[in-house]
Write a protein that binds this ligand. Structure first.
Ligand code: GDP
Ligand code: IMO
Ligand code: MG
Length: 428
């Protein structure tokens, strides 16, 4: 039985949470494999709206085992706040398990994230300020703290000492901040140890055994292809592997286990934070997409930057992730636009690029070459089959399918759990 992966095809907020929730009832395990509480997934179930950050979206489906994999960075304060918040609303979180190898976000990671951004000035990345980059930097630098370190006070103290040694020099001498003491960090982290202990396990063993037993395991990526540290618009990216390969390293399974790679792609494009964005709109259509699509960050509340659909980005995502199926979301948001532009290629200083330029400087200079498609005015939010969509909406979807490198298997027509048109089954 297969492992499935869900990833974002653009710059995040494509509706991965809703897609994961949609598949929930047919899945046994949902694994978050990268990122941390920089993610923000809004899931609407009936009249209830849930905003998830650190917990896998599968936590909202009864019977699913939610897993925080080794590739995630965990802020323990946020973890327990989120668990308590869901429990208070009647969601059972008791099945949650966390990898003993996952890294921790310590308070100093958040401090460093914020001060370094401030000092970057014009070169700011616009991070979520959650300490994600500094926590991953420590992991790669081999001075990170892992979940399992909480259960051995001596080791924890040594590691915090090692990690703070350089950081305090930096905080005090470069950034003019107060030094952080080993004692305060150790005390804060140990305060969570006993509550954490029963949740911690070897998640790789658990997932491999589940796959051997024929269970369905869904790996849920945070962020997206264009924010991936290797494949995204570096340095305007997050610090983890948000593409399908990240599910292998961040989940602890072999690549051969993965049968389906489902990329979530919006019917237009959004981006939060700084960095290149060729189809970005600065006119009233940009505002139209913000208003109609309610494009405000789930994590930071920032209005998202908006633009038309970028087919070279979708094709790039298709190839980097080995996409088998796209879920096209928020088609309803485009209702009422007379002619819908779609970027089919770029003009870079007079040269046509049909695919993503290999050079980041070229991508910064890329001007979209648009093809226009006729729009529709009918309300499509009640459509549940492809045939129920207006002809022009169908043609728009088919055009994106031709341009994007993989079939479009489902189409989102509203925020609600059931507001979806399924063309091809996503779970075998
Ligand atoms: P994620 O980070 O990829 O999980 O996406 P977010 O939750 O940050 O942002 C997606 C937003 O779009 C959420 O507010 C969803 O409720 C909403 N959404 C998802 N699919 C659709 C859709 O098909 N139509 C509309 N109108 N909203 C959608
Ligand atoms: P979901 O999972 C959109 C962006 C930030 C910033 C950059 C680096 O909801 O799609 P970080 O705090 O990760 O170091 O910030 O990445 N970013 C996201 N943008 N959706 C997200 O997550 C994001 N997570 C990080 O805005 O530009
Ligand atoms: Mg989001």
């Amino acid at each position: 039985m297969p492992a499935l992966v869900i990833v974002g095809a653009q710059w995040g907020d494509e509706g991965k949470g809703k897609a994961t929730d949609l598949l929930g009832s047919r899945i046994d395990y949902v694994v978050k494999f990268n990122g941390g509480n920089n993610a923000g997934h809004t899931v609407v179930i009936g009249d209830e709206k849930y905003a998830l950050h650190l917990l896998p979206s599968g936590i909202l489906t009864e019977g699913v085992v939610p897993v925080i994999g080794n590739g995630v960075v965990v802020d323990l304060e946020v973890l327990f706040e989120e668990i308590d918040g869901l429990e208070a609303r009647g969601i059972d979180t008791s099945k949650l398990v966390i990898s003993s190898n996952a890294h921790l976000i310590a308070p100093y990671h958040r401090t460093i994230d914020k001060v370094t951004e401030r000092f970057l000035g014009k070169r700011q990345i616009g991070t979520t300020g959650r300490g994600i980059g500094p926590a991953y930097a420590d992991k790669i630098n081999r001075v990170g703290l892992r979940v399992q370190d909480l259960f051995d006070e001596n080791i924890l103290r040594q590691k915090v000492e090692g990690s703070l040694f350089q950081k305090n020099q930096l905080l005090v001498k470069v950034y003019n901040r107060r030094a952080i003491t080993v004692d305060e960090i150790v005390a804060e982290l140990l305060g969570y140890a006993e509550r954490l202990r029963p949740l911690v396990t070897d998640t790789s063993l658990l997932l491999n055994r589940a796959l051997d037993a024929g269970k369905h395991v869904l790996f849920e990526g945070g962020q997206a292809t264009m924010l991936d540290v290797d494949h995204g618009t570096y340095p305007f990216v997050t610090s983890s592997s948000a593409t399908a390969g990240g599910a292998v390293t961040g989940g602890g399974i072999g690549p051969g286990r993965i049968e389906r790679v489902i990329a979530i792609v919006k019917a237009y494009t959004t981006r939060v934070g700084a960095g290149p964005f060729p189809t970005e709109l600065f006119d009233e259509w940009g505002d139209f997409l913000v208003d109609n699509g309610q494009e405000f960050g789930t994590t930071t509340g920032r209005p998202r930057r908006t633009g038309w659909y970028d087919a070279p980005v979708a094709r790039y995502a298709s190839r980097i992730n080995g996409v088998t199926d796209f879920v096209l979301t928020k088609l309803d948001v485009l209702t009422g636009i007379e002619r819908i532009p779609v970027c089919v290629a770029y003009d870079v200083d007079g040269v046509r690029f049909d695919e993503m330029p290999a050079s980041q400087s070229d991508f910064h200079h890329a001007k979209p070459i648009y093809q226009e498609f006729p729009g529709w005015t009918e309300d499509i939010s009640a459509a549940r089959t492809f045939d129920e969509l207006p002809r022009n909406a169908q043609d728009y979807v088919l055009a994106l399918e031709r341009l994007s490198g993989a079939r479009i298997s489902a189409i989102g027509v509203g925020p609600a759990r059931d507001a979806i048109v399924v063309r091809h089954d996503l779970v075998d």
